[in-house]
Ligand binder design. Structure first.
Ligand SMILES: CC(C)(COP(=O)(O)OP(=O)(O)OC[C@H]1O[C@@H](n2cnc3c(N)ncnc32)[C@H](O)[C@@H]1OP(=O)(O)O)[C@@H](O)C(=O)NCCC(=O)NCCS
Length: 212
């Protein structure tokens, strides 16, 4: 899946399954996002469970090598270097992730995070699309999650995807005993939900088409 954000021009975003080779970068990102010395998620452990699925959001950035090459005086050398480096012009950076646990016929969204530098540009929404698409393809019945009562931004994102508050878990978070809201969708297999999801998905495709 490819996404282009109007707010971040000239960059492309893709969602891929997280693999072991991505763990170091994801831990660095996690520390940055949660301003912590250690990663809050043990990605290694998570990837080794058989009921989990983690997706990463990769930003593709074209590196401007023409500036460097313009310093090369000899024309032939310039052309050779340009064709050699053309394969390596794109830089990839992990700027978000989302984690899912498949429990019976439910999918628990256990984490979602976007790099602080790229927030409010539609990337969280894009990650949710990737996750829900996967849940629908797995014929899961519904999605559920916990969110801090104070995290209004995330709650707004979840509401957009049809999550509704179903209860409260008192003192849920170990660090500060904050309560969590339990938010759950209706059946993601019924036509009401699929229409909502299709509309959001279509909206993203329209944005992409404007750029392609
Ligand atoms: C929550 C989070 C993933 C959202 O990612 P994002 O890329 O900034 O979100 P998007 O730009 O895709 O926005 C999607 C929706 O989220 C809500 N939202 C995003 N930024 C918001 C803000 N600053 N204020 C209020 N709502 C906001 C809106 O509903 C928005 O839809 P809209 O633009 O149509 O109004 C991101 O803020 C984050 O990583 N936060 C830290 C980690 C975290 O709190 N994770 C959730 C744990 S339960």
């Amino acid at each position: 899946m490819l996404f282009i954000s109007k707010k971040i021009p000239n960059k492309k975003f893709r969602i891929k399954l997280m693999k072991n080779k991505h763990i170091d970068d994801c831990e660095k990102l996690d520390k940055k996002i949660f301003n912590s010395n250690s990663s809050r998620t043990d990605f290694n452990k998570e990837l080794n469970k058989n009921n989990t699925e983690y997706f990463i959001l990769i930003m593709e950035d074209k590196i401007n090598i023409s500036l460097t090459l313009s310093k090369v005086k000899f024309y032939i050398l310039h052309i050779l270097l340009k064709s050699f480096f053309s394969k390596y012009q794109t830089e990839f950076k992990i700027v978000g992730y989302i984690g899912l646990w498949y429990v019976l016929d439910e999918v628990h969204i256990v984490s979602i995070a976007v790099d602080n530098d790229y927030r409010s540009c539609g990337l969280g929404e894009f990650l949710m699309i990737g996750a829900i698409d996967s849940a629908i393809n797995n014929s899961s019945e519904l999605l559920t999650l916990e969110v801090r009562v104070s995290n209004h931004k995330a709650q707004k994102l979840y509401s957009k995807f049809g999550f509704k508050q179903k209860g409260v878990r008192k003192n849920y978070y170990l660090d500060d005993r904050e309560d969590a809201l339990i938010m759950t969708t209706e059946s993601i297999l019924n036509s009401n939900y699929q229409n909502l999801f299709d509309n959001i998905y279509q909206n993203q495709l329209n944005i992409y088409n404007e750029f392609s």
